[in-house]
Every structure is written in C-alpha cells, then in structure tokens.
Write a protein that binds this ligand. Structure first.
Ligand code: AHG
Ligand code: MN
Ligand code: MN
Length: 315
C-alpha cells in the first residue's frame, strides 16, 4: 500500500489537527491543476480586468484559484478565516468562525508563467488563532511570526503535481498519482543538500539591489562556483533549491524597497519548510521566521537555501 496524505496524522504533535486542512489543500491542488490544464479551451487565460491589493493585474486564473482554495478551506470545517494574496481583507468563514485555525495563501504563484505554460504553484501556511473562539477572528490573528506556524507548504503544478509540506516534524513530498487519483508519499523526509546546487535570482535587477547585495552575490559566486537557474515562480525555484541545494534570493531593490515577496504567504511558509528541511531562511538581518509581521500584505527581502550557501551569500 502506498503511503498517502493520511500519514500526516502520525507526524509530530500537530499532525492529527493539520490532516484535514492539508487534505483540503490537496483537493484544491487537484481542482486547480485541472483548471490550469483546460484554461486555454475555456478562455481562462489572460487578465481578469481587476487589480489585487498590491496593484498587480489579476489573471483570471489567480481569481479562479483563489475561489477554489477558499471553498476547500471552508469545507474542512477547521478554518475560521483565510488571508489571501488576492483579497485585500481577511476573509472570515462565517459558518466556522469559531474554528481554531487561519490559513494564509498565495493561491497561484508565478502567474507570469501562465501564458507560456511554465510552472506555477500554490503556497500556504496555517496558524492558530489568538482571539477567543467565541469572537470573530480578525487580521491580528494572521500577524504572527513564523515561529508560531503550525503547518506550511506548497503545491507545484509541474510535469507532475506535487504537494510538499511540513507540520513541524520534517518535510515530506507527495506526488499525485493519476492512476489512483490520490497523493502518494514520493519524497520522504526531504533534506536540502549542504553543498552544490544553483543560485537562483532575477539578476537583471542587480544594479538596483540595496544592502550591497550585488557585491555579496559576486563574492558568493567566486567562492562557491555555483551555476544559475531562475524560473520566476517562487515555488519552482524553491523546490529546485530544496532538492538540489544552493540559494534562492529576492533582495530589496530601488523599486521594491522593502522587498517584493510577501511575508505571510510567500516568505514565511517557504522559510518554515526550508528550516524544517535543514536549511536556512533569512530576511533583512534576521531569520524569516523571527520577523514580527505588521500587515497582511507586507513584503520582505528573502534569502533561502542551505546554511552553507546562505552564509556564503550574506556572511
Ligand atoms: P505571484 O505570481 O504570486 O505574484 O508571485 C510572483 C513572485 C514569485 O513567484 C517570484 O519569485 C517572483 O515574483 C518573480 O519576480 P520577478 O519577475 O521580478 O523576477
Ligand atoms: Mn507569489
Ligand atoms: Mn500569486
């Protein structure tokens, strides 16, 4: 018998509580993957005509993925609210407003890859509410440092559909097996290689980087001799970094002076997974998981990878 997502219940102190939510992520992933595959036939590629709270053009698939994800979280009965890249405000799930957990999500990551059939992903993390259960949850419940995260992970819509997640007891990767229509454990106990791999960054921004990061990168390249890969979808770049080693970075620059990637639904979930896989996740001068969030859509600089390579970059 293959090991399925059911084994999450056996993982650490939070496994049993997190299993229904991660199974909900799995259902959302299967539905989003189907929508992505058929999008061109249904006129679902291209812009939706609106902007999200970050002033970015929403793609139709951003909006569809957001709807699917929210509906699957609602159906778990364990989620009281969802904070999404595509929603300005926290979305409270009225019928389960007493439930214990909130989910933060980037429903479709790397959406600039959609028109070229490139890889995209979904990123999520789960926190426990701090407000009493008999009150409405509010945005303060989402503003918790990454050290409080109970579970986090990502879905990669690549040649295979993968769900990689951690409930705080290491990292496991599950691949959707189309023959059995379920996720099966394909990558148990993922650990990032300490050396080797690639550096991964949008190097075209180098002249605009702040904090002397251009010089840091040049020094790291000379020291490590790493080659370069960059997809432009954080999920795909993170997944390769996790499997092959190296470092992924998105520094602050003159255009994005506090960084581009969002703390709560990009940096923290990926930082959580990276630390759980034995790697290192830094932001401006401190670990990503120690940054005290101030706003739902806050952006931060991000440096993720093996400790050896992150230290070589920032050291
Ligand atoms: P999203 O599609 O959710 O807005 O995220 C895009 C992010 C992330 O996936 C990626 O690492 C980064 O933007 C790429 O940015 P550049 O195109 O500036 O390199
Ligand atoms: Mn994203
Ligand atoms: Mn997105």
């Amino acid at each position: 018998m293959p090991t399925t997502l059911n084994n999450i219940a056996k993982q650490g102190a939070n496994g049993a509580a997190m299993m229904p939510i991660i199974q909900g992520v799995g259902r959302a992933a299967i539905e989003i993957a189907a929508v992505l595959r058929g999008a061109v036939f249904r006129g679902a590629l291209g812009e939706a005509g609106g902007e999200n709270v970050q002033g970015e053009q929403q793609q139709k698939l951003d909006v569809l993925s957001d709807e699917i994800f929210l509906e699957e979280m609602r159906s778990t009965g364990f989620v009281c609210a969802v904070g999404s890249e595509e929603q300005e405000e926290l979305l409270v799930i009225d019928e389960y407003a007493h439930a214990d957990y909130l989910v933060l999500v980037d429903p479709l990551d790397g959406s600039s890859n959609l028109d070229v059939d490139g890889p995209v992903g979904t990123i999520f993390s789960v926190v426990k509410r701090e407000t009493p259960n008999d009150q409405q949850p509010d945005v303060s419940d989402t503003l918790q440092a990454g050290r409080n995260v109970v579970a986090a992970g990502y879905v990669l819509y690549g040649p295979a559909l993968m769900l990689v997640c951690s409930v705080g007891a290491g990292v496991n990767g599950y691949t959707f097996n189309p023959n059995d229509a379920r996720f099966e454990l394909s990558h148990p106990d993922m650990r990032i290689p300490e050396t080797g791999g690639y550096y991964s960054v949008n190097e075209s921004n180098k002249d605009k980087w702040l904090d002397g990061m251009g010089d840091n990168l040049d020094r790291m390249k000379a020291e490590t001799g790493l080659g370069m890969r960059y997809v432009g979808a954080m999920v795909a770049d993170m997944h390769r970094t996790l499997l092959k080693g190296g470092v992924f970075l998105y520094p602050a620059d003159q255009k994005n002076v506090t960084g581009k990637l969002r703390l709560l639904y990009e940096a923290i979930p990926m930082g959580f997974v990276m630390e759980q896989a034995g790697g290192k996740a830094m932001s401006a001068g401190q670990p990503v998981l120690d940054v005290e969030p101030e706003a739902l859509h806050q952006r931060v600089p991000v440096y993720l990878g093996s400790a050896t390579n992150v230290d070589a970059l920032l050291g």
